[in-house]
Ligand binder design. Structure first.
Ligand code: ADP
Ligand code: 5GP
Length: 809
């Protein structure tokens, strides 16, 4: 038996050699892509079968075949590994060998895990640089090698990836670590528990060491003097020493002086301990220290930020004119990725440099946000919300049932979160960075919730056809009226046709009252008769109620008929038993007159460029007025996207028409559920564009018209949403204020806030590439005309416009 086995291994090795030669012939170009195909290797199944003797039990045959294939494959693999190196063309043979094993594995000719056993050995035998190449190969084959029999492979995949991660330095091989993680996440099903930190353990070994007594050179003697830092070639001043604050409050950083760098240094670095062990904050003393530390850091960051933005050589931080908004996606990410080092250099000498670096500050602020969010999940409100959801089988280890954040601490955490988020908005690409962080944190809440619910399966099983049919029948039954009418609703009474004299019956079918809709007026006299009956009948008598019912039925029918042509009269009807208004002639509705070229035309004339149109511009400049005019004139072509907002309705504004007025809570639910195409907080209120609304307008074959401020525009541009961006500018600020007031706004603070934002918006509109077109809304009619002309006649390639149009530079 053993002899047979050895013989079979020899034979199989020969077969492998042949297959490798065929692979080389099939892919002579020496490129890794594409993977070998089963057809490249002749009748591989047949040839493998011929190596093994038929054995009675398929189980025995399978076991011995797997052992033989494994031994032969390992021998060939080891030979190749010993004789070639990864950067030589001969190494291609090893890639071929892996491809062949993958084909055999899919064909159930070898152990499904064999492929990854070999990969594990390969990774073990290579340097980190070479492991990158192995990973290039694995990534190129990921779909194929994980498609079948994943259960048998997952353990070894996890083991080899973890082993590799252990070898990698998180600091130097950050992106490679990321690739390994991504490989794992893409291979394992979403929600696989093997990748979940079910017990909510923190990475407590991650300690940051620093010199608690360090001070910088002569700084200790010149503590009251400004410290200067050199940043990007220009000098940045660390603000002078200030009074120590015992307990931080997240008030405006403008009111509070920052600490000196020497004083901040130990406070700042000791925050790292709380970041890596948030559970220590359950104790009062560490929590107080944490609050002081966060506060001092925030104040310093704000001061550094203010100084760097006010340096005259630079344009406003978020809108660096050189970069413009046409910055390619990823450029900034590269900057950040390069600047970020996960293990900190904590030397006191580097401290000023570090905190003057925007990406370093952002990194720390994000850490603060994560911990503050964790703390907020312990607030009474959050606990109450969770209790309402009542997860069936909760995972208590991530619930911290006994810890509840006090009311004061909750207020502090909320204020800190909001001011840290504001800080994140500042600096280069700030709004973009802020949005990204906010989205990630919002999504993370869903994952935490899922973990609390003990990771229920994410994929729902498909509904069985029988189940579908039975539910459909039940629904039909539930909605069907069981009481059968003598004449089904809406059909004529045809019983007279069964009467003896059939011909007379047929004659009666020709009676116009059977097929013509009666005139509204025909009900008038009949209802007057009913009125007489009602008056004459005794109160409470059967006659009286029959007459009332008869009148009600007639007035209902009269109203239904009138609704098609006299809807306007309905406004004037005050009582349901007096509908005389619909019988009057003077309330005839004016026939809609085709007053535009577009409406009278059979086929609507669409804009030459049918991309959605986005109007931006300061509040009060006239966007809604212009939009409403366009929609009124082109109802079949253009449709306004009604935004969602948490602000209160203004004078005359109608819910669902001017805005969808929603609560803050609904906004959060919509935002977390990814229902917004974009969203932003404007002057203290949230605004957002429902993805569904825009899709439905496009589905109606209409061009969406949208109003949006520039952060929202930035978001949709970042997401690759294609549209025409038009900026409506005011003639001057005084006129803008006048229009805001004319719109019904009275609150001076509110107006001041809007005018301040307007200044930023106008400044931003001057940045190259921000808008496709800018119009100054001086005279409304003239602006409308050029806007209409631009929307309908401007082609995608662009034609020069004449008139009062100022082209965006
Ligand atoms: P927005 O939608 O941009 O906030 P609105 O369309 O509500 O602005 O306009 C604000 C006010 O200004 C409204 O009272 C509107 O009638 C008025 N308005 C709009 N355009 C002009 C214009 N060109 N000249 C004078 N008033 C205008
Ligand atoms: P207002 O309160 O004056 O109606 O609107 C305030 C600002 O919000 C205006 O600049 C308006 O263009 C903008 N806005 C209206 N709807 C949306 C929206 O859906 N998304 C975004 N980002 N801004 C909007």
């Amino acid at each position: 038996m053993a002899g047979q086995g050895v013989q079979a291994v020899g034979k199989f090795r020969e077969l492998l050699e042949e297959l490798l030669q065929e692979a080389e012939a099939a892919k002579p170009n020496g490129l890794i892509e594409p993977p070998l195909n089963k057809d490249d290797l002749g009748d591989i199944s047949e040839r493998v079968n011929s190596v093994f003797l038929p054995v009675t039990s398929p189980e025995v045959r399978k076991r011995s075949q797997y052992a033989v294939v494994e031994t032969a494959a390992r021998d060939t693999f080891n030979d190749l590994l010993a004789t070639t190196t990864i950067d030589t063309p001969e190494f291609m043979k090893l890639w071929h060998l892996l491809d062949i094993i993958s084909i055999l594995s899919d064909d159930e000719q070898c152990d499904p895990a064999l492929y990854f056993w070999l990969v594990e050995e390969l990774l073990d035998s290579q340097t980190i640089a070479a492991c990158r190449k192995v990973f290039d190969f694995l990534e190129s084959r990921r779909d194929i090698i994980t498609a079948k029999q994943f259960q048998s492979k997952q353990l070894v995949i996890l083991r080899s990836c973890n082993e590799l991660l252990r070898r990698l330095s998180r600091a130097e091989d950050t992106s490679f670590c990321g690739r390994v993680f991504i490989f794992l996440f893409q291979s394992f099903p979403l929600g696989d528990k093997s990748s979940v930190n079910l017990r909510g353990e923190f990475h407590t070994e991650n300690t940051t060491v620093f010199d608690e007594n360090a001070s910088k050179g002569s700084d200790s003697q010149t503590m009251d003097v400004d410290t200067e830092m050199k940043v990007n070639g220009s000098m940045l001043k660390v603000p002078p020493k200030s009074i120590d604050r015992a307990n931080g409050s997240a008030g405006s950083a403008k009111d509070v002086e920052p600490l000196t760098a020497d004083k901040l240094y130990p406070i700042f670095w000791s925050l790292q301990q709380s970041f890596s062990q948030p559970k220590t904050l359950f104790e009062k003393e560490p929590f107080d220290r944490f609050k002081t530390g966060v506060e001092a850091t925030r104040v310093m960051f704000q001061a550094v930020q203010n100084q760097s933005s006010s340096r005259p050589t630079r344009s406003p931080p978020s809108y660096d004119s050189k970069r413009g908004t046409k910055r390619k996606r990823g450029e900034g990410d590269d900057d950040l990725a390069n600047a970020f080092n996960p293990k900190y250099l904590t030397s006191r000498d580097l401290f000023e440099l570090e905190i003057s670096d925007l990406s370093f500050r952002r990194h720390i602020l994000v850490q603060v946000l994560i911990v503050v969010d964790f703390l907020l999940s312990l607030s009474a409100a959050a606990k109450e919300k969770l209790a309402k959801a009542e997860p069936a089988n909760p995972n208590k280890s991530v619930m911290y049932e006994k810890q509840v954040l006090s009311e004061d601490d909750t207020k502090w955490a909320e204020a800190t979160k909001s001011s840290v988020l504001d800080l994140l908005k500042l600096g280069l690409d700030g709004p973009h960075f802020h949005r990204m962080v906010e989205s990630v944190i919002a999504r993370d809440k869903n994952w935490v919730r899922w973990k609390i619910e003990n990771c229920p399966p994410i994929t729902k099983p498909a509904i069985a056809p029988e189940e579908y049919v039975s539910v459909k029948n039940d629904a039909r039954k539930a909605t069907t009226n069981k009481r059968l009418r003598l004449n089904p609703l809406g059909s004529l009474n045809l019983r007279f046709l069964t009467e003896n004299n059939a011909e007379a019956g047929l004659e009666r079918l020709k009676d116009p009252s059977r097929y013509q809709i009666p005139s509204v007026k025909s009900f008038k006299s009949k209802m007057e008769l009913d009125d007489m009956d009602i008056e004459m009948a005794q109160d409470g008598s059967e006659e009286k109620s029959a007459a009332v019912e008869s009148k009600a039925s007639k007035s209902w029918r009269a109203l239904r008929i009138a609704s098609a042509s006299k809807l306007v009269a309905f406004d004037k009807i005050e009582r349901s038993d007096s509908i005389d208004e619909v019988f009057l002639d003077h309330v005839k509705v004016k026939e809609p007159v085709a007053n535009t070229e577009e409406e009278s035309a059979e086929v609507p004339i669409y804009p030459k460029d049918r991309r959605p149109i986005i109007l931006a511009g300061p509040s009060g400049v006239g966007k809604s007025t212009l939009l409403k005019r366009l929609i009124a004139k082109y109802p079949k072509i253009l449709k306004r996207k009604v935004s969602h907002t948490t602000r209160a309705p203004g004078a005359g504004e109608v819910d669902g028409k001017d805005y969808n007025f929603i609560t803050k809570e609904t906004h959060t639910i919509m935002r977390d559920g990814d229902q917004f195409l974009e969203y932003n907080c404007y002057n203290g209120n949230d605004y957002g564009t429902s993805r569904k609304l825009v899709e439905s307008i496009i589905a109606e074959n209409k061009v969406p018209l949208m109003e949006m401020e520039y952060h929202g525009i930035q978001q949709i541009k970042d997401n690759g949403f294609d549209a025409r961006f038009i900026f409506i500018a005011p003639t001057n600020m005084a006129e803008l204020e006048r229009r805001l007031r004319s719109r019904g706004l009275q609150d001076d603070e509110e107006i001041k806030g809007r005018l301040k934002i307007a200044e930023d918006e106008i400044q931003q509109s001057a940045v190259e590439g921000s808008y496709d077109k800018i119009f100054i809304n001086d005279d409304l009619d003239a602006t409308y005309d050029i806007l209409e002309d631009y929307i309908f006649n401007h082609t995608v390639q662009g034609e020069e416009q004449n008139g009062e149009v100022s082209e965006a530079q």
